[in-house]
Design a protein around this ligand. Structure first.
Ligand code: ZN
Ligand code: ZN
Length: 388
């Protein structure tokens, strides 16, 4: 094997290239050397392989860091061995990126969808794969969000088959390596395209891509190794959680494949609005109605908090909309100590539906007022007089 070229040089990028630059460079190289465009061209095939290998390393943060530090020795030694070069490096999530390639798009589709090219296999079908995350939601009251609560959750998920422990084979038997694909899950075929014939791989029909054959299938899971079960669980919702936030419970999602770890259970929390409290961050806002008399003379008013009612002294001459702060009476901070504040704003209730006697009393009272009792109105009228 010839001397390996520096990965950055292979892709034609600077050492500090961003992910975007890498991707762009990679696409350009794929466009240039793709074996579909150069059938039976060993050189293009070798280039493509080199490009794939370089991209596989540089697009992976960990691998790239190791490569930057230790060179080829820092990355998986199989990269230098000339085969098995990239194992699934770009198998997921990439095909969509090639949508803009116009007329050669279809080839890319079949290329990326069809399971690699040349001698390389993209991924080992027997490699452990992590299970899916499961998403669910719960609805709790405002008060439960403040205080924390436990909720019962039921989700349908895939669990490891209890009878075959995930192998898919009936108790006492075991899975055998597929003789057609020798366990790789793919077989090589010649594919005819308008650009010529090239060799590609496709999913092994005999084993369906699993790489193994189970002769005595586990009846419990039908050979899948996983069974669908209902998980019932009491989940602790921590105090301070807010509407729309999610909780992640590690390892409570779907069972993995081939011994891969379980996915996570992700719970989105919906908090029902409260009729008295509004929340912003960890602060609570409450509006409390008071009478005209209470506003004028001051009073001990009763204020609701999440811990029950408290008395709060409002001063004489309190105006409509004035607000007061109850320190540390807000929502407990999520996963931290301390609480937010509670803001009380008062709303003066102007009396309605007055009878004649009440109206007369009020007029008599109003007649008794002088400028000192109504400084705000006085100053307003003074300003108006000056203007006009
Ligand atoms: Zn089973
Ligand atoms: Zn097979």
């Amino acid at each position: 094997m010839a001397d390996k070229r520096d990965y950055y040089e292979v892709l034609g990028v600077q050492k500090g290239a961003t992910d975007d630059e890498l991707k762009k460079a990679y696409r350009a190289m794929v466009k240039k050397y793709h074996p579909d465009l150069h059938p039976d061209d060993k050189e293009a095939e070798a280039k493509m392989k080199e490009v794939n290998e370089a991209y596989d390393v540089l697009s992976d943060k960990d691998k790239r860091a190791k490569y930057d530090q230790f060179g080829f020795a820092g990355v998986d030694p199989s990269y230098g061995a000339g085969q098995g070069g990239y194992s699934g490096g770009y198998s997921g999530g990439f095909s969509g990126d090639f949508g803009g390639f116009g007329d050669i798009g279809d080839i890319f589709e079949s290329f990326f969808g069809g399971g690699g090219f040349g001698q390389q296999t993209r991924s080992n079908p027997n490699a452990p794969r992590r299970g899916q995350d499961i998403r669910t939601g719960v609805q709790i009251s405002f008060m439960d969000a403040c205080k924390g609560t436990g909720v019962d959750i039921r989700v349908n998920r895939l669990e490891k088959c209890p009878d075959c422990l995930g192998s898919g084979a009936k108790t006492g038997s075991s899975a055998e390596t597929c003789p057609d694909c020798r366990g790789t899950g793919t077989v090589r075929i010649n594919q005819r395209t308008p650009l010529g014939v090239f060799q590609t791989t496709k999913t092994c029909e005999r084993c369906g891509g699993k790489g193994k054959i189970i002769r005595d299938i586990c009846p419990t899971c039908q050979g899948q190794g996983r069974v669908r079960r209902v998980l019932s669980k009491n989940v602790n919702i921590p105090q301070g959680i807010d509407d729309g936030q999610t909780l992640r419970i590690t390892g409570e999602g779907d069972c993995g494949i081939n011994g891969g770890q379980y996915g996570d259970l992700i719970i989105k929390v919906n908090v029902r609005p409260d009729e008295m409290f509004e929340r912003e961050g960890f602060d609570i806002y409450t509006e409390v109605p008071i009478s005209y008399l209470q506003a004028a003379l001051g009073d001990d008013i009763v204020v609701p908090t999440i811990d029950g009612t408290v008395r709060y002294r409002i001063p004489a001459g309190t105006q409509n909309g004035d607000s007061f702060v109850l320190r540390n009476q807000g929502v407990p901070k999520l996963y931290r100590s301390g609480r937010g504040d509670q803001h009380i704003s008062v709303k003066v209730e102007v009396p309605k539906n007055l009878n004649k006697k009440q109206a007369d009393l009020l007029r008599a009272f109003d007649d008794s007022l002088d400028d000192r009792n109504s400084a705000v109105r006085k100053s307003f009228f003074d300003k108006m007089k000056k203007k006009f």
